[in-house]
Design a protein around this ligand. Structure first.
Ligand code: NAG
Ligand code: NAG
Ligand code: NAG
Length: 463
């Protein structure tokens, strides 16, 4: 029944600071949204056509905000691209969907009550009034259009058309005030958006739960801003995403829960819902949202064939307690065990690709024991006892990989996986079901304290 994975990214040290001690909990909600896309997002449209498209999604947001308010939700998170859609092909094709979002660190603006202050801000106004009418903190993702400054050191990053287009999270207080604006750092094939000229570390405070940090989708993999927020002591992250599920290491709910556990933070994750999103080689699925703490997970993951529909998740979340200062300054000493048993690497290794990554594997041939497998100097060690279920005769293998994942970013992975068939050549092929149970300890010589452990069981159930 198990597919066990430990992933780490090449990051550095943890320095955690104090936060006020609040002994309480609050009610959070995330909405997984089946975004209504423009009928032809390739062709540039007028502002009124763009608004007509966006209002369809905002109508759904309105219904969900009302539903959430009825359940006493205090903060509601909508996904990345949930208002815009994500099929645009050029800067021009998204242009009329964008609004110029004033910087809440420089000025105080409540779009719902100060309607006439800026033109072309219908989306901001609608979101602000939604927050205000339902008395709820609201986080949504939209597009920000910012003219390049004329004479600053940032001008050099100005696009040729004279303005920036940012993938942006906005946060409204429960009275409608715009309290935070975050520009996504790590774009993923979004040629119509620009990364901000400088990475942004954006947080906001709430009366019910203290501080939250903002990240968007692909950002979660990288040092900036994600780990920087954590190192600054932020214990709660908000994560609007449009996540393409990548089995077996980067499925949405698998990575969300692993991140919450490994980074020891609360994660409010709202994903889009689409069964088939075309990619260069076939298609991928978008689903998988949740409210995670290191001790709990309230999540939703649609299965193949499920209806393509939205899902509101509501959970009570404890406010994180104080953590000690400077928990760790030495790489690898907090959560990542670095002392791996002296069992010599098993001799009968073989190589097989798991999606994009060539893993080095060793088969589990006994019902219990210890095995080691290395990829260069990076080693994984497994101590296990296999408890076969029924008359199943499943084949398992331990794999290690240290290298560049899908030509995009470096990872170190230790993985215990079920092979698809009874033959060595099937190890690494996609398999969605398994029956066996394991008692196990899995360790790796990770080069970082940020190690994200996950156990994914049949049909995307988290263990
Ligand atoms: C908004 O647009 C109208 C009509 O184009 C113009 O008269 C008005 O000055 C603009 N207001 C602001 C705040 O820019
Ligand atoms: C996780 O953070 C909490 C405070 O939010 C702290 O009490 C706990 O010790 C931390 N756990 C680990 C494993 O670092
Ligand atoms: C891991 O193995 C791959 C090939 O399977 C190899 O290209 C890569 O260099 C190895 N990594 C290390 C750290 O040795």
């Amino acid at each position: 029944m198990f597919l066990i994975v430990v992933i780490s990214f090449s990051l550095s040290t943890v320095v955690v600071q104090m936060e006020p001690n609040v002994d309480s909990s609050y009610i959070a909600a995330v909405y997984e949204h089946n975004v209504i896309q423009a009928s032809d997002p390739v062709i540039p449209v007028s502002r009124s056509d763009a608004l007509r498209n966006m209002q369809k999604n905002l109508d759904i947001y309105e219904v969900q905000a009302a539903k959430a308010a009825k359940q006493d939700v205090q903060i509601l998170v909508f996904p990345e691209a949930g208002i815009l859609g994500f099929l645009f092909t050029t800067r021009l094709s998204i242009f009329n969907y964008l609004e110029t979002i004033p910087d809440p660190q420089k000025e105080s603006w409540n779009p719902c009550t100060e309607l006439g202050k800026y033109n072309n801000t219908e989306v901001l106004q609608r979101l602000s009034c939604m927050a205000r009418n339902h008395n709820i903190y609201l986080v949504a993702n939209m597009g920000d259009l910012q003219p390049c400054p004329m004479m600053t050191d940032l001008s050099s990053s100005c696009p040729p058309d004279g303005h920036w287009q940012f993938n942006t999270n906005v946060v409204f207080r429960s009275d409608g005030l715009l309290v935070a604006r975050y520009h996504k750092q790590h774009l993923y094939r979004e040629i119509y958006f620009d990364p901000p000229p400088k990475p942004e570390i954006i947080t906001f405070d709430t009366p019910f739960a203290g501080k939250f940090g903002l990240i968007t989708c692909f950002d979660i993999i990288f040092y900036q801003p994600t780990i920087e927020l954590i190192e600054k002591g932020v214990r709660q992250l908000i994560f609007p995403t449009g996540w393409l599920n990548t089995f077996p290491f980067l499925d949405s709910v698998q990575f969300q829960s692993a991140f919450s556990l490994g980074a020891n933070v609360t994660l409010l994750a709202a994903n889009l819902r689409k069964e088939t999103v075309p990619i260069t080689s076939g298609y991928k699925t978008m689903t998988g949202s949740g409210i995670y703490t290191p001790d709990s997970a309230t999540y939703h993951h649609a299965q193949k064939g499920d209806p393509e529909e939205g899902k509101l998740l509501v959970a009570s979340v404890p406010v994180p307690q104080w953590v000690g200062q400077n928990v760790d300054t030495e790489k690898g000493s907090v959560r990542a065990p670095k002392t791996v048993s002296s069992v010599p690497p098993s001799s009968s290794t073989f190589h097989s690709s798991v999606k994009y990554d060539p893993l080095t594997f060793v088969l589990l041939t006994e019902t219990e024991g210890k095995v080691n497998v290395c990829n260069g100097t990076f080693c994984c060690h497994l101590q296990y006892r296999l408890i076969p279920q029924g008359d199943s005769n499943e084949l398992y293998a331990l794999g290690a990989f240290a290298g560049k994942h899908n030509e995009r970013f470096f990872i170190q992975v230790c993985a215990l996986i079920r092979c698809a068939g009874n033959d060595v050549s099937s190890c690494g092929q996609e398999v969605l079901e398994a029956e066996s149970k394991f008692d196990f300890v899995l360790e790796g010589t990770f080069g970082t304290t940020y190690v994200y452990p996950s156990v994914l069981a049949s049909r995307f159930v988290l263990e």
